[in-house]
Design a protein around this ligand. Sequence first.
Ligand code: NAD
Length: 460
Amino acid sequence: MDFTATIQRQRAFFQTGATRGLAFRCEQLRKLSAALERHESALLAALKADLGKSSFQAFATELGLVQAEIRHALRHLRKWVAPSRRPTPWLLWPARGWVQPEPLGVALIIGPWNYPAQLLFTPLASAIAAGNCVVLKPSELAPRTAEAITALVREHFSQEFIAIENGGPEVAEALLRERFDKIFFTGSTPVGRVVMAAAARHLTPVTLELGGKCPAIVCADAPVELAARRIAWGKFMNAGQTCVAPDFVLVPRGQREAFVAKLKPAIQEFYGDQPIQSAEYGRIVNARHFERLVSYLGDGKIVYGGEHNAKELFLAPTILAEMAPESLVMQEEIFGPILPVLEFDKLDAALAMLRERPTPLAAYVFSRDRATQARVLAETRSGSACVNDVVSQMVGTGLPFGGLGASGMGAYHGRAGFEAFTHQRAIMRRATWLDLPFRYPPPKLSVAGLKRALRLLLGP
Ligand code: NAD
C-alpha cells in the first residue's frame, strides 16, 4: 500500500492551478450532481443492502442533503471566493489589505458507515467548492455503498483530481502517513484521536466530526406528545445509527410513564407492531455492533421493544429504564435503537450531570418556556443544539455542523464547509512612492512621541 504516487499526482495537478478557477469548481460541482443522479439506483440499492435503508430514507437523509449542499455552493460560490477588503492602519498608508480565500491543496476525507454516502459526498462538495484535490476513503463497513461510490467517482472524475481508496483501518493508516494539506474525518472519538496524532506529524489541519452521547431533556412544561414523536423519529431513523440522534432522554421524576406512553404509539405509527416487517426500519450494520447493542439490553429494564434477530441484524426500537449510572449503556455511545429514559429531581442536578460528561455533538431541550430553554442552553455545552426538536439543526446549509471537545472540532455545511477547506490568506499591498523614515533605525522619535503616534495611527 503506497499512496505516495497518487498524492504526488494530485499535488502536481493542484499546482497547475486548474482547480482554482470559479468556472472549474462550478463545472465539477455540476458534474458531481449529475453523477449522483446517474448512479442513483446503484446507490439506493447499496444503501438498502448495507443498512436496510428505504429509498425515502436514503433520499431524505443522504442523497437529497448532498444535492442541497451542491445547489447551495453553486449559488453562493462567487461570493465565497471573492477577496474581502479589510481596513489598514493610517500608519501604513498608502496600503490596501484584503483576505483572499485560497484552496488548501490536497485533502483527505475519511468517512463512516452510518450515512456512508452523505458523509463522504457532502465534505467532497465543500472541498471541490473550495478548489482542492481530494482523496476519499469510504468506510469498509458499508461495502456495497463504498463500491457504488467508487464506481461513480472513477467514472466521472480523473484520479489526479479526485481519487478513492478502499479498505479498513490499515488503508486509512497508510494514507495518514502521507502529507495532506487537510484531513476531514468523520467517525468515532477514539479513531479521531489517532487521526489527529497522525496529522500532527505533518502539521496538517483537521476537521474532526466525532460522536458522543447526545442528551435530550424533556422539561415539565414541554408538549410531551410532540416531544415523544420527534424524539422517536430522530432516535429510530437508521435504527438509531445516527451521530446526532438523542442517545438518552431526561424527564422530571414521576413523568417517565407519561412520556413512554406517548413514545410507544409514535413508534407503532412509524414502524407498525412488527418493525421487523417495516420497509422503513433499518438494520444494524454488522454482527459486532448487533452483539454490542444486545448486550446493553441487560443494563436496564426493557419497558418497550427489545426483540432482536441476529440473522437479520434486527433490533426493535427499544426503551430502557432504571439503568445504573455506571452501566455501559449510560457510559458508551449507544449508536443503535435503544433509548434509555432517566428521571431527574431538579433541573440543576440534571444539567450538572450533563456538564460532567464529555461534550456531546448535540444537546436537545423541549420546553415551552423561553427562560428554561435559555438556561439549558447556557448551562450545557455541545457542538450544536436544538430547542423543541432533534436532529433538525444539522439539516440544510444555514447552520454550521460540528462538534466540540470529545465530539470533534471544526464544522461544515454551507459556507462553513467551504471555509473548512479554505485558507484565508491575509494580503497587504503597499505603495512604493512613499517611504517615511520613522521605522528605520536610529529612532527619529522619543518613546513618548512613538506612543502618541501609535495611538493615533494604529487606530482604536
Ligand atoms: P470509526 O471511527 O470506526 O471509522 C471511521 C473511519 O475511520 C472508517 O473509514 C474507518 O475505516 C477508519 N478507521 C478505523 N480505524 C482507523 C484507524 N485506526 N486509523 C485510521 N482510520 C481508521 O467510526 P464508524 O464506526 O464508521 O462510525 C461511527 C462513529 O462515527 C460514531 O461514533 C458516530 O457518532 C460517529 N459519527 C459522527 C458523525 C458526525 O458528523 N460527527 C457522523 C457520523 C458518525
